[in-house]
Ligand binder design. Structure first.
Ligand code: C6P
Length: 419
């Protein structure tokens, strides 16, 4: 069995980097890879890859079905991974952890299974413009089919939620406050605990998009008062195809399933069916069990580094990046000050389209993301069509921050000359 490496110091970034096979490669023109796109998808440590290979090589078999040794082993590994997720986010009961294909699926499950069942005409869903499309569009569909109304919390000029407007916007008509714990563009870290308390005060629930926050800082659903939490394995150093929906047990029991089929039923008759208990009720078909086990290995790995140490190191990287980038003429950095955000640096460069910039940076081996990052309402508000985004993880170095800044300076020169 593969055991996660235990690092004596989380700041031994070179040791951490050796855990990620992909990071040591050279790109075209013998450039080292400078991977600054973790917010889109993180890289995977060797322990995650090895654990998944172990599953395939030693006990691959469908779960909760086969009465044989392989099926038993695979099912045990899957349920061990579920327990790891439970402990990681501080849930009270393992049955509150639903494996999904990712954040998008998890949020759709809430909007569909809870929203369409419990919302009525005139009820209000409170969103805000910094949400990812995955936490807007499913609510639009739920509103359309129930007659509920979407309301938006305005943002401050520096890209935080305008908390003063909550006095006006949170009313007994509000039934759901759907909010990201951390913006994938602005990096803004939202005050989830306070938002949960205030939503509950008016009888509303809170649905938290943890896609960007869960991999980078400690989450505790119970002390945070979170009713629903969604996140993805692939941003948490685990594989693609696996995600999590956490919800309090009574909510999972009350809401409708999203997908129907095998495993999610108790009894099926010709004209009707009854549902299995959660989480099976929400895990129709064959769940991505090897991916779930890979996610469990990723959680072990992250915990071996220490979430607090990860958050501290990434914060220092982010501060350095903001400081250096703000010295570059023509660069506009979006979002609040780095002290108030996660390790995300979204910016524009005067006279340079984000896609051109990204292309020029790529030639230097620096991988960033450019575009609207699935946040069109936010970009409309900023009056921009696209932005460039560098996002950091604990495997990035201060030297890579320098590479980013130097590559931006070089790109500006190329553009001044004309490509
Ligand atoms: N953001 C980014 O580059 P999925 O694709 O289901 O794993 O995650 C969707 C999602 C939901 N909420 C937030 C805050 C996110 O950042 C994302 C994914 C990627 O920013 C891809 S657009």
């Amino acid at each position: 069995m593969t055991m996660p490496h235990i690092h004596s110091s989380p700041f031994d970034v070179e040791a951490v980097r050796r855990d990620f096979p992909i990071l040591s490669q050279r790109l075209a023109n013998d450039r080292p890879l400078v991977y600054l796109d973790t917010a889109a998808s993180s890289q995977k440590p060797r322990v995650v890859i090895d654990k998944m290979v172990e599953c395939f090589e030693q006990y691959n078999s469908n779960v909760h079905r086969g009465i044989h040794q392989l099926g038993d082993r695979m099912t045990t590994e899957l349920e061990n991974a579920r327990e790891k997720v439970r402990a990681f986010i501080g849930a009270g009961d393992i049955d509150e952890i639903v494996f999904t294909s990712g954040t998008t699926m998890s949020l759709n499950m809430v909007a569909h299974g809870w929203g369409r069942k419990f919302l009525k005409a005139g009820d209000e869903i409170l969103l805000n413009p910094m949400e990812h499309h995955a936490n807007i569009v499913p609510w639009q569909l739920a509103a359309k089919s129930t007659g509920a109304v979407l309301k938006f919390i305005p943002l401050t000029d520096d890209g935080r939620l305008d908390m003063q407007s909550l006095d006006r916007l949170l009313t007994p008509r509000t039934k759901m406050l759907a909010v990201t714990a951390m913006s994938n563009v602005l990096g803004t870290v939202n005050p989830v605990g306070e938002l949960a308390r205030r939503a509950h005060d008016v009888g509303a629930l809170i649905c938290v998009d943890g896609a960007q926050s869960v991999p980078h800082s400690a989450t505790d659903v119970r002390s945070g008062g979170i009713d629903f939490l969604a996140f993805s394995g692939h941003k948490l150093y685990g594989p693609t195809g696996i995600g999590v929906l956490y919800a309090r047990k009574e909510l999972l029991e009350a809401m409708d399933p999203f997908l129907a089929g095998g495993h999610m039923i108790r009894e099926v008759y010709e004209q009707s069916s009854t549902w299995a208990d959660p989480p099976a009720k929400f895990e129709a078909g064959t769940c991505p069990f090897v991916e779930a086990v890979g996610l469990g290995a990723a959680i072990d790995y992250v915990l071996s580094l220490g979430l607090d140490q990860i958050a501290k190191y990434e914060h220092e990287l982010s501060i350095a990046a903001h400081r250096r980038m703000s010295d570059v003429e023509g660069v506009r950095i979006l979002g609040p000050s780095p002290e108030q955000k996660g390790a995300i640096l979204s910016f524009t460069v005067e006279g340079l389209h984000a896609h051109d910039l990204s292309d020029l940076l790529d030639r230097e081996g620096v991988a960033i993301r450019a575009g609207h990052h699935c946040t069109m309402p936010l970009h409309d508000l900023l009056n921009l069509t696209s932005t460039a985004r560098a996002s950091f993880a604990f495997y990035n170095t201060f030297a890579e921050v320098d590479c980013l800044v130097e590559a931006v300076l070089a790109a500006k020169k190329v553009f001044r000359r004309g490509t």
